[in-house]
Design a protein around this ligand. Structure first.
Ligand code: KDO
Length: 331
């Protein structure tokens, strides 16, 4: 089911991309747009692992910090033939296909390995096929972003986060799609939609009270300079998908397609390993920077978040039985 964009509009976009290929057959340029920085582990993995693997027939051209396409518009750009790649999220896909919100739901994915098992399981086939058929986008591999936690400007003395009730009235920046905003409310906060590239300044000036992201992002984007505490809510084991233009894919030989697929999987694996290492080591780095880091009442957060999703409009879009299958792939 498509919500924000009509099926006809999507087909028109993908028709343009298919009818007007602008790529040389022997050498293609693969522009990737992401709000992430150049030093984010996903960006690094794509440059270090993906780019050299496809170099015989493709020039990889990344654009960081949302400098080419604004966060959230990348999928439309791929569909219309204006972009070849992005690191997209389930939340962004849910704007087109609400059933993707299942992968953006709090406390569903358990860890990085669970994400991979889910992505490679036959349960994903219908999801991937819909995106390919209706948006002209191939989802090649799943990238690990990490466990998202609540990161606030207030000190722990000013506000200690034990349960969702403690986040009442807290102006928490979340990315600007429905699935993200729902998660922010489910956490008990007052979510404020905002592009990633604006978060540092918003924290600095106090136009928001906090943000949620994994520890490697807090460090990479220097949010620790403008915040005082992190409550380790682990409310979302967050993922991104390597999104690739189907129109470009169809220009490639079978051998080149296999190379692109393998390169994407290898980059995702490399980024995952490094991101997991960073998550392990960064608590001490952030503590040294003066942040108070502590674990709230996780059972209370989990129960509250799961209660908010149960019976929600989002949950109504999830295909029958998929949540059970996802849970069955976990520990
Ligand atoms: C963010 O905007 O908070 C977020 O973490 C959402 C992710 O889906 C991803 O887009 C990420 O930003 C960017 O890649 C920047 O790291």
């Amino acid at each position: 089911m498509i919500t924000k964009f009509t099926r006809r509009a999507l087909l028109a976009l993908t028709a343009v991309a298919i009818a007007a290929p602008v790529y040389a057959v022997d050498m293609v340029t693969l522009r990737l747009s992401t709000p992430a920085s150049e030093t984010d582990q996903r960006s690094v993995a794509l440059v270090d692992v993906f780019a050299p693997a496809v170099a015989a027939f493709a020039t990889y051209e990344p654009h960081y910090n949302g400098s080419l396409i604004a966060q959230g518009s990348e999928l439309e750009s791929i569909a219309s033939g204006d972009l070849e790649m992005s690191i997209t999220s389930a939340q962004e896909l849910a704007q087109f296909f609400p059933e993707f919100s299942i992968f953006a739901t709090g406390y569903v994915h358990q860890d990085a390995a669970h994400q991979v098992a889910v992505f490679n399981d036959p349960l994903m086939d219908a999801f991937k096929q819909t995106v390919e058929d209706e948006l002209g986008v191939k989802l090649l591999a799943v990238m690990y972003l990490g466990q998202r936690h609540v990161n606030l400007r207030q000190s722990k003395e000013e506000l200690t986060v034990s349960t969702p009730a403690d986040l009442a009235g807290v102006n928490l920046r979340m990315p600007g799609t429905d699935a993200w905003q729902f998660l922010g409310k489910a956490l008990g906060a007052n979510p404020t939609p905002m592009a990633f590239t604006e978060v540092y300044t918003a924290l600095q000036t106090g136009s928001v009270d906090g943000q949620d992201n994994p520890l490697p992002t807090v460090v990479d984007s220097k949010f620790y300079e403008v915040t005082k505490q992190i409550a380790l809510t682990a409310h979302l084991v967050d993922l991104n998908y390597i999104a690739f233009s189907k129109a470009v894919w169809d220009e490639l030989s079978e051998e080149q397609q296999a190379t692109v697929q393998a390169a994407a999987e290898a980059a995702a694996e490399s980024g995952r390993v490094k991101q997991l290492e960073k998550e392990e080591s960064l608590v001490s780095f952030l503590t040294e920077k003066g942040l108070e880091i502590y674990t709230p009442d996780l059972a209370a957060f989990r129960a509250h978040v799961q209660g908010e999703y149960a019976g929600s409009k989002l949950a109504a879009s999830w295909p029958e039985g998929v949540l059970d299958k996802i849970n069955g792939l976990g520990n």
